[in-house]
Design a protein around this ligand. Structure first.
Ligand SMILES: Nc1ncnc2c1ncn2[C@@H]1O[C@H](COP(=O)(O)OP(=O)(O)O)[C@@H](O)[C@H]1O
Ligand SMILES: [Mg+2]
Length: 587
């Protein structure tokens, strides 16, 4: 401080001299040499001797400009340094130093993509387009509000994301993932937003077909295909899986626990009887209304499923209360089959193409599965997703283990509309087959209601990338995450006065990097990323509207929303519902 105090007058004097020199150069005047004489003359304020022939007002003006520029520059540099210097307990700084994240950064992720995808072998990793590298998770958060490298999933990761409503599930996850996927995509949604935003944009990019499953007319589009859920179903195991999707949607937990397994067996037998005899789900619905009808038993006998036939006979001939309980639960589970509009999607139409899951797995098509939350159509969405994923698995097996290009399965609102019973078990091997599931839930508890505590724990354990976004209110999850994020030492300064002297001490306090309350209060647009094998990281999510396709998507949304709104108005303004066959197709 003493040194600065001593040198400051000389510095100030030099600035005055420099301003005078500049003014002299501009006006052709002269300035005294900088030195002791200049200082003495300046103290005497003899401006005519200091800068003869140079106007003093100009010198003062330049001096003012110099001082202003220097002050502004110093302030800016100071602010920059202060911003970059994090507070001692800043969690972003504590988590920023994470060498484990290197594997998720563009260079390493591109190398891994080349290694995993046969079609890319021989390509220089640096030349890969970001879409080929992986799905974008977000950007690394660095101290001082700056963002680091983009972080990608690899083509063998499985992702689960937890985010509250309106916190970016669709804008930061589903839409960017579906848009960037290089191969086939299955995308579920309970609203038209996903489809209206990217159906056309993606179809133009990939030249793939759009398969829109919308039995509840969320988008007011005409049905232009159908799917045969019974096609190729010729084993008890497959029939049991299909039955499981229906039974899992029974809302009454007590009934589900009591009659669920028997109802699943019953449906399994009926599905198998229909599939092996060339009948349809329409027949299954009829058989469920007539518990004593012998036809399915005979059909099972004919197809060689003697044990299933006798099991069905046992159910039909059991105590009346038991039989009615089982049949009633099975009817509740299959309420989709009593809705003509929903049933139309899964029963044959001669004039419409049939969805072929095996061809889909080898294409760049997109399957949009829309249904309102917890609706009757939900089991069909789970069944279609499962059917397509299994077709993709078969294709992966035939092509040496991995599907290439990979299948991206974006299960937005999974707990409400896509309850695949064994999703937690599938998670442990889907990644290794080149099928990348991204399950998006509103909370951990929402998953527990679908898959139960052990199932949800299995899903959590098997997901290699876990994202926890804004609005997670579960005290248990936030506490667990705080523990998983770990602790750090925070320096604490304390100043004590004694005997007229002040002394400063710095001690270290060990505290959690992120407390449960901090995780609960994560701002929208940020998330905590738990990637296998690395420390947790804070990342900034990347919504589509800040990405490179924002303009075409905005236009697509406008066009689609206008058309949907017009169709909705026509629908509600007339007594009879709008005839969709007269509506022009949007995409
Ligand atoms: N084009 C846009 N520009 C700016 N903000 C948007 C845009 N589209 C959506 N948002 C906002 O992004 C937030 C997250 O939306 P969304 O991803 O649909 O939520 P959810 O988690 O329910 O799927 C909302 O607050 C929404 O208002
Ligand atoms: Mg959404």
């Amino acid at each position: 401080m003493v040194l600065v105090g001593c040198w400051a007058p000389f510095g100030a004097l030099w600035v005055v001299w420099a301003a005078a020199k500049c003014a002299a150069m501009m006006t052709g005047g002269r300035v005294m040499r900088f030195g002791v004489d200049f200082a003495v003359t300046a103290v005497r304020r003899r401006t005519d001797e200091l800068w003869p022939g140079t106007p003093t007002p100009l010198v003062l003006l330049l001096l003012g400009a110099f001082i202003f520029t220097t002050t502004a520059l110093t302030w800016k540099i100071w602010r920059h340094i202060a911003n970059r210097r994090p507070a001692p307990d800043d969690p972003i700084a504590a988590l920023a130093d994470n060498p484990g994240l290197t594997a998720l950064k563009p260079d390493a992720a591109a190398k891994k993509a080349v290694a995993l995808r046969r079609s890319l072998s021989g390509t220089t990793p640096a030349r890969l387009s970001p879409d080929e590298v992986g799905l974008v998770l977000g950007e690394e958060m660095l101290p001082g509000k700056s963002s680091g490298a983009t972080l990608f999933t690899s083509w063998e990761d499985t992702v689960v994301a937890f985010m509250a409503p309106r916190s970016g599930k669709t804008t930061t996850q589903s839409i960017p993932h579906v848009l960037s996927a290089p191969g086939p995509v299955i995308a579920t949604s309970n609203k038209a937003d996903l489809w209206s935003a990217i159906a056309t944009v993606r179809a133009e990019r990939t030249r793939g077909k759009i398969w829109l499953f919308d039995p509840q007319h969320i988008t007011y589009q005409l049905q232009d295909w159908w799917c045969d859920l019974l096609s190729g179903l010729n084993t008890v195991e497959e029939a049991h899986r299909l039955a499981g999707h229906f039974v899992l949607t029974v809302a009454d937990d007590q009934k589900k626990d009591l009659w669920g397994p028997a109802a699943q067996d019953l449906l399994c037998a009926l599905f198998l009887a229909a599939a092996t005899s060339g009948r349809t789900l329409h027949h299954v619905a009829q058989w469920l209304d007539e518990p004593a009808v012998p036809t399915p038993i005979e059909l099972l006998h004919t197809a060689g499923f003697q044990l299933m036939a006798s099991s069905l006979k046992g159910t039909q001939n059991g105590a009346v209360e038991t039989r009615d309980g089982i049949y009633q639960t099975a009817r509740t589970a299959t309420k989709a089959l009593r809705d003509q509009e929903i049933l139309a999607w899964v029963t044959p139409h001669d004039d419409l193409p049939v969805f072929a899951p095996d061809d889909f797995a080898a294409s760049c098509d997109t399957l949009y599965l829309l249904s309102k939350s917890l609706s009757a159509a939900a089991p069909l969405i789970a069944a279609l997703t499962d059917l397509t994923m299994r077709a993709a698995e078969r294709r992966a097996e035939q092509s040496g283990g991995r599907l290439d290009p990979p299948l991206v399965v974006a299960l937005d609102e999974a707990a409400n509309i896509c309850r695949i019973a064994d999703l937690p078990q599938l998670y442990s091997h889907l990644g290794s087959r080149g099928i990348i599931p991204v399950t998006i839930l509103q909370s951990y508890e929402q998953g527990v209601t679908v898959w139960g505590e052990p199932g949800m724990a299995a899903l959590w354990g098997a997901a290699t990338r876990k994202l926890i976004g804004a609005g997670i209110d579960s005290p248990r999850l936030t506490k667990d995450l705080a523990t998983l994020t770990g602790q750090h030492d925070v320096p604490v300064r304390s100043i004590t006065y004694s005997d007229g002297r002040a002394s400063q001490q710095i001690s270290l306090r060990r505290q959690e990097i992120l407390e449960a309350a901090d995780i609960r209060a994560l701002p929208t647009g940020t998330a905590l990323l738990l990637a296998t094998g690395t420390k947790p990281a804070l990342i900034r999510l990347r919504p589509w509207y800040t990405g490179p396709h924002a303009n075409p998507i905005n236009q697509a949304i406008q066009t689609a929303d206008t058309a949907i709104a017009a169709a909705a108005r026509r629908h509600y303004s007339t007594e009879s519902p709008v005839d969709l066959s007269k509506e022009p197709p949007l995409h």
